[in-house]
Design a binder for this molecule. Structure first.
Ligand SMILES: [Fe+2]
Length: 270
């Protein structure tokens, strides 16, 4: 069984199409989407329409829910709010788009893995709606706060996106009181994939990185994951695509090109 994961597409149809072609050759039995189909780039209508047609099982990302108006952003996230407002306007005129985003589950559980946009340990309590606090980034403090829960989590593998930095976090199973220094982090090179053989006693949290950017590890490539259950391996792919076409579209967009985050992103794509 070969399962692929991709997410954080953020309106980047160039990266999405290149990644789909790449994954076609991987011959996956299933593909899951880790959320954030929209947000940041001003082309959320393109990727949302494409992903709805493909019909992959998909979880909701913070941008999907922000654009849908389910909750408000942190007040200091000014750039993100402006990009959200732009995409909300764009998608409001696309029939069924907001309803689709609001219908996405926060987590999907399958055999030995779960799929979640950010973290299975920061979901809202049963019966409560998510807020932006469910999507705070995982710094050392919050990671160490969920190590025990991770060690005892019923699923061996967690696949998530959100932070736009591809990495495999490995927690050895031998310890009863896990510490931050026990966590081993595997990262791919800027233009090389990373494949690791899984240790049967360890737990793994696989952060897929972003398909569409902005890329926070400085590598302007799309990122996707393969879990090969028979071989017991996980591979982080680095997928190149025509970034010059995206850069030109962003640089000529009258509104989005003015956001500092997007200006930085345009420079990275260049
Ligand atoms: Fe994202």
């Amino acid at each position: 069984m070969r399962t692929c994961f991709l997410g954080d597409i953020h309106g980047n149809a160039y990266a999405l199409e290149a990644s789909l072609q790449y994954l076609d050759k991987v011959k996956a039995d299933a593909i899951y989407c880790l959320g954030d189909l929209v947000g940041w780039l001003p082309f959320g209508d393109r990727t949302l329409t494409r992903m709805r047609t493909l019909g992959f099982p998909t979880v909701a990302g913070n941008h999907d829910l922000l654009v849908s108006g389910l909750f408000a952003d942190h007040p200091e996230q000014v750039d993100r709010m402006q990009a959200t407002a732009y995409n909300a306007g764009l998608l409001s005129s696309l029939p069924g788009a907001i309803e689709y985003l609001l219908s996405l589950p926060l987590i999907l559980e399958k055999d030995d893995f779960v799929v979640v946009h950010h973290s299975p340990f920061h979901l809202p309590r049963q019966g409560e709606l998510p807020t932006i606090k469910c999507f705070d980034y995982l710094d050392e403090g919050s990671l160490s706060g969920c190590l025990k829960a991770w060690l005892n989590y019923p699923h061996r593998l967690i696949f998530s996106g959100h932070d736009h930095v591809p990495a495999i976090y490995e927690l050895p199973g031998e310890t009863e009181s896990p510490q931050l220094e026990d966590v081993r982090i595997h990262r791919p090179g800027p233009d090389r994939p990373l494949s690791i053989k899984l240790n049967p006693t360890a737990r793994y949290w696989i952060k897929a990185g972003s398909i569409g950017g902005p890329y926070r590890d400085g590598a302007p490539v799309a990122n996707a994951v393969l879990y090969d259950r028979n071989a017991d391996t996980v591979t982080l792919f680095r997928i190149s695509y025509p970034t010059d076409r995206l850069r030109n579209e962003l640089a000529s967009h009258q509104f989005i090109r003015n956001l500092p985050t997007i200006q930085k992103y345009i420079r990275l794509l260049g």
